[in-house]
Design a protein around this ligand. Structure first.
Ligand code: ATP
Ligand code: MG
Length: 274
């Protein structure tokens, strides 16, 4: 469901540690990490992406909103190599053309993507999920039975504490709450130390408290890496305090601070017209 939160800012205060939208490096001449140039994708003649151009700077936290069917997930599919654009180019870190690479090669470049539905191994503990995520890195089944190195153990411990699940590392993943499973999955991505993290609706189905904790987690990760978050929850988007891109019918309708886009006449029209 798409809901545009029209409550006054006083009801949804920005956390003190949230960077102001203006503090984002976009447009300040920083090097772009991701550059979509005129990307179009059609499904049976329907344009899911329509000459979409988008620039994400290195180290930027960006939120992407837009009504259902706006093309948000398709945009992530194009970046991760799941969907090939009909036209346009997608550059990563300068000159690497992602449209020429397959999904595995793109993941190996340091692009991690979280789908909306958690896909953790329900019968394994949190620790075992992490162990598997690290070892499957090497690609062969034999390495699954190898001992973890000291570095790998340290990496797991650090990530467990980042996602706030250190005291639950031996809990079976299937018994975690929906929110905890989402954090586990984010943790499994973090183990690979991605340069670019793409999160598709990370707080869908979460309680308010879990949503707040997820915002704090994402803010704690931002800066050190580049993060693109797609979400419908406007209070969550506001709490991230990041630059917001509004997609509509496969292209950018508006971009700027949350207040800028929420007061944008075309954005209001698109949301209210539904
Ligand atoms: N594989 C596909 N085959 C056919 N149509 C598709 C496919 N993937 C997406 N579409 C269509 O493309 C449009 C954009 O879909 P997309 O999933 O990118 O939207 P979205 O912005 O992520 O929406 P939501 O907020 O509902 O997740 C939709 O009309 C969708 O039905
Ligand atoms: Mg989607």
């Amino acid at each position: 469901m798409v809901k545009m939160d029209t409550r006054p800012p006083t009801l949804a205060p920005e956390p003190a540690n949230a960077p102001a939208a203006d503090a984002q490096p976009a447009g300040r001449g920083a090097a772009p990490l991701l550059y979509l140039d005129n990307v179009s994708v059609s499904f049976d003649g329907f344009k899911a992406l329509n000459e979409l151009s988008l620039v994400i700077e290195k180290g930027e936290l960006r939120t992407v909103i837009g009504p259902n069917g706006a093309g948000k997930t398709t945009m992530m599919d194009v970046v991760t190599g799941r969907t090939r654009p009909d036209t346009g180019e997608v550059f990563f870190d300068g000159t690497i053309d992602l449209t020429r690479l397959d999904e595995a090669a793109i993941a190996n470049l340091g692009i991690g993507r979280k789908f909306q539905k958690p896909t953790v191994f329900e019968n394994l503990t949190i620790f075992e999920n992490f162990e598997l995520a690290l070892k499957s890195d090497r690609g062969t089944w034999r390495t699954l039975f190898a001992m973890l190195s000291g570095d790998q153990r340290a990496r797991i411990a650090e990530t467990l504490s980042t996602i706030g699940l250190a005291d639950r590392q031996y809990q079976i993943a299937g018994t975690l709450s929906h929110g905890q499973k989402q954090w586990l999955e984010i943790g499994m991505l973090l183990l690979h130390d991605p340069q670019l993290l793409l999160l598709d609706e990370p707080v869908a189905g979460m309680t308010d408290h879990e949503t707040e904790q997820t915002a704090a987690l994402i803010l704690s990760l931002s800066g050190r890496r580049t993060i693109v978050v797609v979400e419908h929850d406007m209070q969550f988007v506001r709490s991230l305090g990041a630059r917001v891109t509004v997609l509509h019918e496969g292209s950018v309708l508006a971009e700027g601070s949350i207040d800028h886009v929420q007061n944008h006449p075309r954005v209001i029209e698109v949301y209210l017209g539904r």
